[in-house]
Design a protein around this ligand. Structure first.
Ligand code: M6R
Length: 608
């Protein structure tokens, strides 16, 4: 949530910072701003709305300033407005800051600052930081930031510039992302790697409490007490093209189409030619997997849905009990677990505050914690005992697509390895499943080629005011994901229900106006689902089924069918979700909505 860019170099910083913001816009798009350290002081511009508004306000003017900051905001404290947009200045206009996260004690600090004669002009928690730095600036910007950090409670990343030290940018973080990019005679701060990927792939990951001073020549690290620190450089592999749309109209569509490659990369080297699974890179040996008595999955949103899907496969294949909870509930419900519970935190970004807190709680209780994550160096990967990476590449569309199917694939690998280690299935059966999983990326490729049929259904139903999604078992979990996709990008209310529960309430919603999407792949529970579909039809509602090629029963029962290729039912969720992603996508685009930036949302939710 919120994107920060900082630059200290020899080139004019403005275009570099604006380009960095454009690449971080997925993190928030309520308002944006930039501050440049000019010869005669600080020059700031802020604008409400997405980056187009900022570009319209400041895009034409040229600047030779080689140091500056930028920010794209997702509002936490204070509505989106020019005053609440970052950067925030102190009373003198000689210090300016940008912040991502929350300063929890800002009300108290604000009252104290006001008593001491400061005039604060915004409703934000961030502005207090500029004024606290102002009070301490006599010792220089780095010292002032260090001393200010000691006064703040919360979780945040912030960067500051001062007109009195025009060659430096100072940044610090506490439980919120901030990384350094090491260029050739230029240095960057950013919330995420894409911001500076066009200039360098050499990255330094900060630890909580690091205070970093950037100049064109390099970075100096110290702790809050001022003691110098040494931090390692890492070279990252991401491709800069990932931050471009590559000929697609939107990032979401591009990412939907990248799923075969993301799946292949996620399985590569882990799912071997003989159908067995090798997860030795994760460091969890079979001995440890045999000791696991329970698995607890914690995650939010789409990552939760991936966890729910595979919770069925883990229980069915490995015969280990699985519990799953949304991280925001888990962390406050005093969950019971211990050293024999494997806790899996699923988070594509590795930054989601609730998931990180849930993982921390589990570690404190002595449970081994595995992070399933897509972002190298992210907080989740540092907090966990074990890390399993999805290799989906950068995902920019706010609606998660390729990271979701990659999560399901990676978790299925874990389910297969767990089953193998525990001897819960025959080796022949597990190898058969392994071979089937190897074929899934190609099946997804074939499925994407059926998009015209999905678009035709979207054309027919895009004006509907409500969609009900029904499924059973893993199909129910796929329904949750399909319904989430539709509501978040098209703003059409949706409800996803376990089909067997329909008679206990939701059936009252059915009428001729409300289409019902049924995920009806060929699983052992399919015959039960047929009865549920009959109940829907009896109320006059249209059924749009997602079903396996050649299933004649479904063909007769449904008004429309989105066909998917045949595969083992444990793996089918990777296929059945794809037409639901496309259905949501087409309905939203027919309605003229911005699918990459749905209202009120941000890609990473770094606040509770
Ligand atoms: O980065 P995470 O996987 O932890 O994000 C969790 C959710 O915020 C995320 O999956 C969200 O629900 C999706 N953007 C929805 O498409």
């Amino acid at each position: 949530m919120c994107g920060i860019v900082g630059y200290a170099g020899r080139r004019p910083g403005k275009p570099i910072i604006l380009d960095g913001l454009r690449r971080l816009e997925y993190r928030g798009y309520d308002s944006a701003g930039i501050v440049l350290v000019e010869d005669d002081g600080l020059e700031s511009v802020r604008a409400v709305g997405n980056l187009d508004a900022l570009f319209a306000t400041c895009g034409q003017s040229t600047s030779e300033a080689t140091v500056g900051l930028g920010h794209t905001r997702w509002a936490t404290h204070g509505r989106p407005s020019d005053e609440n947009a970052h950067p925030h200045d102190d009373c003198t206009g000689r210090v300016s800051i940008v912040l991502n996260g929350i300063v929890e004690n800002y009300k108290e600090l604000r009252a104290q600052l006001t008593e001491r004669g400061h005039t604060l002009t915004s409703e934000t928690d961030a502005e207090v930081v500029a004024h606290l730095i102002e009070e301490r600036i006599g010792g220089g910007l780095t010292t002032a930031v260090r001393e200010t950090v000691g006064l703040l409670d919360g979780h945040y990343a912030l960067c500051a510039v001062s007109a009195d030290e025009p060659e430096i940018v100072v940044g610090t973080r506490d439980q919120a992302p901030l990384i350094v990019g090491v260029g050739d005679d230029e240095m960057f701060f950013a919330s995420a790697i894409p911001a500076f990927m066009a200039h360098t792939r050499t990255v330094i990951f900060l630890e909580d409490g690091d205070v970093v001073t950037l100049r064109a020549e390099g970075a100096e690290f110290c702790d809050v007490g001022g003691a110098p620190l040494v931090r390692e450089e890492t070279v990252v592999q991401w491709d800069d093209d990932a931050a471009e749309k590559g000929g697609y109209e939107t990032f979401m569509l591009k990412e939907i189409h990248e799923q075969p490659a993301a799946l292949r990369d996620t399985l590569a080297g882990r799912l071997l030619e003989d159908g067995t699974v090798d997860l030795s890179e994760v460091g969890i040996g079979d001995e440890m997997l045999r000791r696991v008595r329970r698995v607890f999955i914690v995650a939010c949103g789409t990552s939760y849905n991936a966890g729910l899907i595979v919770s069925y496969a883990i229980e069915q294949l490995a015969r280990v009990p699985v519990q799953i909870d949304v991280a925001s509930e888990f962390r406050y419900r005093e969950p019971v677990f211990g050293p024999d519970t494997l806790v899996i935190g699923i988070t594509q970004s590795g930054e989601t505050a609730d998931t990180l807190a849930a993982m921390k709680l589990a570690r404190e209780a002595g449970s081994p914690v595995l992070a399933l994550c897509n972002v190298m160096g992210s907080q989740a990967t540092r907090d966990a005992d074990y890390v399993l990476f999805t290799r989906a590449g950068l995902e920019i569309g706010v609606a998660a697509t390729k990271t979701h199917t990659s999560q399901v694939a990676a978790l299925l690998l874990l389910a297969l390895r767990l089953a193998w280690a525990r001897g819960a299935q025959s080796e022949a059966e597990l190898k058969r499943l392994g071979h089937e999983l190897r074929a899934v990326p190609e099946l997804v490729q074939q499925l994407l080629e059926r998009d015209t049929a999905v678009n035709a259904i979207a054309q027919r139903y895009h004006d509907e005011r409500f969609f009900l999604y029904l499924g059973r078992g893993m199909g129910f979990a796929v329904c949750l994901e399909g319904a989430l996709k539709l509501k978040e990008i098209s703003y059409i209310p949706t409800e996803a229900y376990a089909a067997g529960e329909m008679k206990h309430g939701p059936i009252a919603l059915l009428d001729k106006e409300s289409p019902v999407v049924v995920v009806a792949d060929d699983s052992p529970i399919f015959p039960k689902l047929v009865s549920n579909i009959e109940e829907v039809r009896a109320r006059g509602a249209d059924v749009i089924a997602v079903a396996t090629d050649g299933n004649e029963v479904i063909g007769e029962l449904s008004r429309d069918v989105l066909w998917v290729p045949r595969c083992d039912h444990h793996l089918a969720p990777i296929l059945t979700v794809v037409p639901l992603q496309l259905l949501a996508y087409h309905i939203a685009t027919i309605k003229g909505l911005n699918v990459d930036q749905p209202r009120n949302l941000a890609k990473t939710v770094t606040v509770e």
